[in-house]
Design a protein around this ligand. Sequence first.
Ligand code: NDP
Length: 234
Amino acid sequence: MSRSVLVTGGNRGIGLAIARELAAAGDAVAVTYRSGEPPEGLFGVKCDVTSWEDVDAAFGKIEAEQGPVEVVVANAGVTKDTLLALMSEDSFSSVVDTNLTGAFRVSKRAVKGMMRMRRGRIVLISSVVGLLGSAGQTNYAASKAGLVGLARSMARELGSRNITANVVAPGFVETDMTAVLDEQRQAAITSMIPLGRMAAPEEIAKVVRFLAGDDAAYITGAVIPVDGGLGMGH
Ligand code: NDP
């Protein structure tokens, strides 16, 4: 059965791979985008997740187009890396506002309809660094660690309504976000990954598809690493 799905930041990178994967499985998939054109074949809604008004309006459009959202993937995320001693308060709070508070806004708006339907799937895209920490990424790692507390609290609050909330923690994935790292840094990272390579966005998308599907009905509050073994032990 086709479900109404929203993937934030589904216009490119990991989000686009997730959107395409769920659409291929037969779901009606909406994606947010901030500028340019939405990807072909997906329902695009203009939305900046740092604005409650944008998020609320986007859900209104999606509900009118494809019905209440049954699966939401909070994927939109940014980095603003620098060492703590040099980091401005704005660099810290703006990354948290997008990555963590953005996921809060989207989840809060999504559960309105999910509670009424008495079913729903929430998947938050975190990162291996949320649990391992990462020098130069105190803002990003804090925001990604926060998603675990958000998901696990939602799992407890909403389990009785048949709503699951899970976290996917990717390692290094080939997207625009990692393309900015210089070759030396990429090689250093790859050398630490047991599988010896970065992930393709599709490898993250397939795990999200599993968590959003019937086979994952009894999984909630879980953190699923998809990191080639980089974070083992966290
Ligand atoms: P990209 O930089 O390729 O894409 C980021 C996406 O987030 C874009 O679609 C972007 O939209 C969207 N976005 C950013 N800020 C906002 C905002 N305020 N409102 C709405 N959308 C926004 O990143 P990736 O695809 O690599 O990353 C996707 C997610 O996966 C992120 O949460 C990231 O932290 C996480 N992740 C990525 C890893 C990697 O190695 N790449 C590893 C672990 C986690 P727009 O096009 O409008 O800018």
